[in-house]
Each structure stands twice: as C-alpha cells, then as structure tokens.
Design a protein around this ligand. Structure first.
Ligand SMILES: *Cc1c(COP(=O)(O)O)cnc(C)c1O
Length: 380
C-alpha cells in the first residue's frame, strides 16, 4: 500500500465538474483579477472567521507582509515571533524592513511560549505574531495580556489554522489583524497561490486594500506606496467552491487525529500531539516527536508511507538570520522539535485502512527496535 503525505487528487475528484464550470465562467467573463467571485469569497471567508473585513491576496506570505505593513511597521521596529514556524512568518517583518525577534515555544503545544515573550520586549517592539502552528491556536489570552500591557499589536498567522477555535471563537479576529494562506496543501487550498487578511479594524482594513492595489482606490490616482498583491479570479472561483466543504474537511482531519491518537497511544518512544483544553485544533499537520525520527522516517518510506518535517531547522539557526546573532542552544524546545518532529500523513480523505496501515508500521518500527536493543544488551 502507498500512503501519500497529502492527496490533492482525491480532494479534487468530487468537485471536478463544479470547479471546471466556475473556472469556465471566469474565462467567459474575462474578469481575471479580483472581481465578483473573489468578493463573494472574501465575504463568506471573513464571516466564517468572525471578521468584518477580509481582503483576498496573492499568497499567505504577501498576507503576512500586508498585515504588518498596515500596522505601520518600518525599519528599526522589532516583531516578536516563535522560532519554530515556516520562514514566511518572518518575511512579514523583513519585507517591512523590520527585525524579527525569535522566542521559544511551549513544550506541549509547540506554539509561542507567552512566558518567554515579555523578556523579549524592548522599546522598539511593535508587534507580536502568534502563529497557530500545525492548526492549533496559540495562547491568545496570555499574549493579549502582554501586548495590552506594553501597548503593542497582536497579529495572527493562521496560514495553517482555517476554522480553528480558541475559547469557542474562530481564529481570524482574535488579534488586531490576521493572515491566512491558500497554498494548495493548506487546509483550504487554491489551485495556485492565494491568501487572505482579516481584521475587525476598519482603518487597518482600508490600508490593506490600498497597499494590495498600488496604493490606490481610484485607478491611476495613488495616495500612498503600494504593490500588487491581488488575488486572481480563478483562485477566488476555486476557493468559493471549496469553502462550503471546509467544516466537513476539518471534522475529518480531527477524526483522523483521534484515530492516530488511539492507535499510537501505547508507544512509549513517541510523543503524540497535545491539544489544549480550550481550543479546537484543525490538524493541518499531525506531528509526533521521537528520538529515532530519521530512522522512523526511512522505515516508513520503505513501507510506502510519506512523511514530512515541520520544520527541521528553527528560524534562529537559518543562514539568512545569521546577522541577528542567535546561536545553537538559544531555544532548546524549538531545537529539539527540529531534530525529533515527524509529520504523519494527514488529509481529510485518508481512509481507515490507510490510517491503520500507518499506525501498524509506526508500532512495528518501535517493537522491532525494542527487540534489537534487548538483543544488543544480551550480546554485551
Ligand atoms: C504556508 C505558510 C505561510 C505562507 O503562505 P504562502 O501562501 O505559501 O505564501 C506563512 N506562514 C505559515 C505559518 C505557513 O504555514
């Protein structure tokens, strides 16, 4: 059997006719950028995430940039963010000319550790970016208490967390501004690049729309600097078809996670994902930790099971941030995760048979390893 890490074909198949019709509609109407389908999608997506304003953009990375740009981030400013995240979180700051400041993560949730944030605040700090990593919302109440106290912004990077909830509220308007990604492999994926920025603040929303479109709300009149971060109409059409299925896909991801939790619970050598009591994790990724990560990954690959690493090198140890002066040992939790994390196949269409096949081989790997270790002991 083969178990892919992700199966986008299985996701497309049942929607094929509807999506082709929507794309054909865009082509017939020749409105290729933004347009009515994108506007309709913005409205539904924003509403689903408790946000009054939603701007569809060209990628999650561009959304990260717009979110901080609209807050007025500029050279000399510092932005606090977790060390273990995808690098695009940091590009939000660097594209504004601001400096990313990394902090370690909580050893159970792997999200930014609020108890580490306050020590990283300086007079230059303008914002904290909470990444809802792997689909689990960060500890927003604790972060909000800190950002309020220091009068700085709280930003969400929800690229992996569409429809995730924190204290019963969806992500998207838990901070001052939030960005999402519709990269094809995300929980809600376009058929190309895409992203969105949401907020309940009208002034921030106004700036996001201006910067997204050449600093202009009237063609050829430019009130401010801007760029082109608009969403393509075809992506809006695809996302409009997919959005009504998102809640169902999310429930299926959660059910897959529960199955894995149940089937893998007896293995002492792995740490399973932890879900905080006040959140609904949407399992963009199902990440386990083990000291034998590389051997397990190779073993599973031999059995036809594809896995991933999210992320092997924390941001403070990336070459591009050498000049910031971090060193190995600065953020032990993130560093351990980099060495020990393994993402198992996770997508809504995973079958019971595939889940059991994965669990069976993870279990078999540790069973045979235990035997080998015991034999080595006897041999000594
Ligand atoms: C995917 C991702 C992004 C970037 O999104 P793109 O649409 O690929 O540009 C940003 N932050 C995080 C945490 C991500 O996972």
């Amino acid at each position: 059997m083969n178990v892919p890490f992700l199966d986008l074909k299985a996701n497309f198949k049942p929607l094929r006719e509807q999506i082709l019709k929507e794309i054909e509609d865009v082509l017939d109407n020749t409105a290729y950028i933004l347009g009515p389908k994108v506007t309709a999608f913005e409205k539904s997506f924003g509403t689903m995430h408790g946000a009054e304003y939603c701007a569809a953009v060209s990628s999650g990375t561009d959304g990260n940039h717009l979110a901080l740009w609209a807050l007025g981030l500029a050279p000399g400013d510092e932005v606090i963010m977790p060390a273990n995240t995808f690098v695009a979180t940091a590009w939000g700051a660097t594209l504004c000319g601001a400096t990313p400041v990394f902090v370690d993560c909580d050893p159970r949730t792997y999200n930014i550790d609020p108890s580490k944030v306050e020590a990283a605040i300086t007079p230059r700090t303008k914002a904290v970016v909470a990444v809802h990593l792997y689909g689990q919302p960060a500890d927003m109440d604790a972060l909000r208490a800190i950002t309020n106290k220091h009068n700085i912004f709280l930003v969400e990077d929800a690229a992996q967390a569409h429809l995730a909830t924190y204290n019963g509220k969806t992500v998207g308007a838990l901070g001052d501004v939030c960005s999402f990604s519709f990269y094809p492999g995300k929980n809600l994926g376009a058929y190309g690049e895409g992203g969105a920025v949401t907020t309940n603040n009208p002034e921030i929303a106004r700036k996001i729309k201006l910067y997204r479109e050449h600093g202009s709300d009237k063609k050829y009149y430019h009130q401010t600097y801007g760029t082109n971060y608009r969403m393509e109409a075809i992506q809006g059409a695809v996302l409009g078809v997919k959005l009504p299925h998102l809640a169902d896909w999310t429930a299926k991801r959660r059910a897959v996670a529960q199955q894995y939790n149940k089937l893998l619970s007896g293995i002492n050598d792995i740490i399973l994902p932890y879900e905080a009591h006040n959140v609904e994790h949407v399992y963009h990724l199902y990440v386990i930790q083990t000291e034998q990560r590389d051997a397990l990954q190779t073993y599973l690959q031999e059995k036809g099971i594809s896995t991933g690493l999210h992320y092997p090198v924390p941001l403070h140890l990336q070459e591009c941030f050498n000049h910031l002066g971090y060193k190995k040992g600065d953020f032990p939790v993130s560093e351990q995760l980099g060495e020990q994390c393994l993402s198992l196949p996770m997508f809504p269409e995973l079958t019971q048979e595939q889940i059991e096949y994965v669990a069976h081989h993870v279990t078999a790997f540790f069973a045979s390893n235990t035997v080998t270790l015991a034999q080595e002991k006897v041999a000594q």
